[in-house]
Design a protein around this ligand. Structure first.
Ligand SMILES: C[S@@+](CC[C@H](N)C(=O)[O-])C[C@H]1O[C@@H](n2cnc3c(N)ncnc32)[C@H](O)[C@@H]1O
Length: 456
């Protein structure tokens, strides 16, 4: 298991260099490995996930500890040696069910299996032993003396993010934000209300051995209490009764208030988390044109709509920053821009993203988001609604993009007042009229949404 974990971590690191072309998602690498090893037991599968995501979540803290016992700087260590030591340190710090001696011996065994030269095997052995002895008393940087480094190391975030949040939010809120990013998110699912009600699905899941609770915020959400088997083999999943989705995403979609019979344009449909929700709300009446430039994601959306038994969705594979292949006079009742973004609001769900992102990414995404809005806006009918959603907490991709769009599109305005179709949204609308969910405040993914109305 540990060998597979190190392999996945090493592949992710090699293919996701900050500033380089985007590589495969960590989730996809884990899923691929699991499907290549179908005989792994459920506990082994769970352990593999925990080791891989745990090491990448805590990489900053682990590297700090390794740096304290290594005579070489961490960034100069052989990549495999570093990943073996990260795995060992993670086990020593966070997994008390694995004895320290076993964690140390395992790292040496893996170094030998990978045929590292004897000097490097010796280095792994010595460093792992030192870590096992030193870790319990290893002091962390003092927040009074080095506030940025202290936050970055203790909560395992890159220094640029720690510095940015300390400056913008102040120390208390910055620490809460960073700590919340290291908690495991609840297992939230969305009920396919085209086929079943939330209450009935709870009963069905109970018969399958899965206890659930009602969604805390979303009227179509349930929370799985604990999962001791692969959820994807459950009959209820295969019959399309539900899908995994954070409640923040469910709430954000409700803002658009689609009505049966509506024509909806969705830019950035991806794997269709929100497309399929919109299709549920249309109740088979109306059409959604789901646009994305990723063939792999459109294929996943296609599979998802089939599994969920939803109709009325047309797929358009195109780069939506360029002029859209839609009749110029065509108008939609609703437009959803589910914008590509830095994902800094979903670090608890995708902990590895924090090492992938760089400060310059925020402006790069803002330009992309502005281009998508610019191309879609002319297709809005007067009196219609446009919803802009991101899963980032950073103003460059949220408020600034909206302010610039509203300046250049005076026929659009922020939708005033409460959302009549979805009263559960109201507590998440801030004083500026934006929808916002925060991991540290709501135990939800960090989403931002702005609902814009086009004048009649
Ligand atoms: C936030 S994700 C979509 C999530 C998805 N809507 C869901 O709810 O599951 C943003 C999507 O924008 C797509 N995208 C990024 N740049 C694009 C472009 N230039 N044209 C079209 N789609 C783009 C990405 O492929 C990605 O699927």
């Amino acid at each position: 298991m540990r060998g597979l974990a190190v392999e996945i971590i090493s592949i992710w690191q090699k293919t996701n260099v900050p500033g380089g072309a985007p590589g495969p998602f960590l989730d996809a690498l884990i899923e691929q490995t699991l499907s290549d090893h179908p005989r792994l037991s459920h506990p082994d599968r769970a352990l593999l996930r925990e080791l891989v995501t745990g090491v990448l979540r805590w990489r900053g803290r682990l590297d700090y500890a390794i740096g304290q016992v290594s005579h070489q700087p961490v960034n100069k260590l052989h990549p495999l040696v570093l990943n073996l030591l990260r795995l060992t340190t993670y086990q020593l710090l966070f997994l008390d069910r694995i004895p320290a001696s076993a964690a140390v011996n395992e790292s040496v065994k893996l170094a030998k299996i990978h045929r590292l030269p004897p000097a490097l095997i010796g280095f792994v052995n010595a460093a792992a032993r030192k870590l096992a002895t030193a870790l319990p008393d290893l002091p962390l940087p003092d927040p009074e003396i080095e506030p940025v480094t202290a936050l970055a190391v203790a909560t395992s975030h890159p220094e640029w993010l720690a510095a940015r949040w300390l400056e913008r939010l102040g120390p208390e809120a910055a620490w809460k934000r960073a700590q919340a990013n290291n908690l495991h998110p609840p297992l939230s699912i969305r009920v396919n209300t085209a086929l079943i009600s939330p209450a009935t699905l709870q009963v069905v899941l109970q018969t399958e051995g899965i206890a659930t609770e009602s969604g805390r915020f979303s009227p179509v959400g349930l929370t799985i209490c604990s999962l001791k088997q692969s959820p994807f083999n459950l009959p209820s999943y295969q019959r399309g009764l539900w899908l995994f989705q954070d409640e923040a995403a469910q709430l954000a979609t409700l803002l658009l208030q689609p009505q049966p019979g509506h024509g909806i344009l969705e830019i950035g449909a991806g794997r269709g988390g929100k497309t399929t929700h919109l299709a549920q709300l249309l109740r088979g009446k109306g059409r959604i044109l789901a646009v994305d430039h990723s063939l792999e994601r459109m294929a996943a959306l296609n599979r998802s709509r089939q599994r969920l038994g939803l109709t009325g969705v047309d797929l358009l594979l195109t780069d939506a920053t360029l002029s859209l292949p839609i009749q110029p006079e065509h108008r939609f009742d609703r437009i959803l821009i589910d914008a590509p973004c830095s994902g800094l609001g979903v670090l608890r769900r995708h902990p590895e993203l924090r090492w992938r992102r760089q400060p310059g990414d925020l402006d790069r995404f803002a330009r992309l988001q502005a281009a998508l809005l610019r191309q879609a806006a002319p297709y809005m009918r007067p009196g219609g609604l446009l919803l802009y959603i991101t899963c980032t907490t950073e103003p460059e991709e949220n408020e600034s993009v909206m302010a610039a769009f509203l300046r250049s599109h005076p026929d659009f305005a922020l939708h005033p007042g409460p959302v009549s179709d979805a009263p559960e949204i109201t507590p998440f609308i801030d004083a500026d009229g934006y929808f916002r969910t925060l991991p540290e405040r709501h135990d939800l993914d960090g989403f931002f949404a702005a609902l814009l109305a086009k004048e009649r």
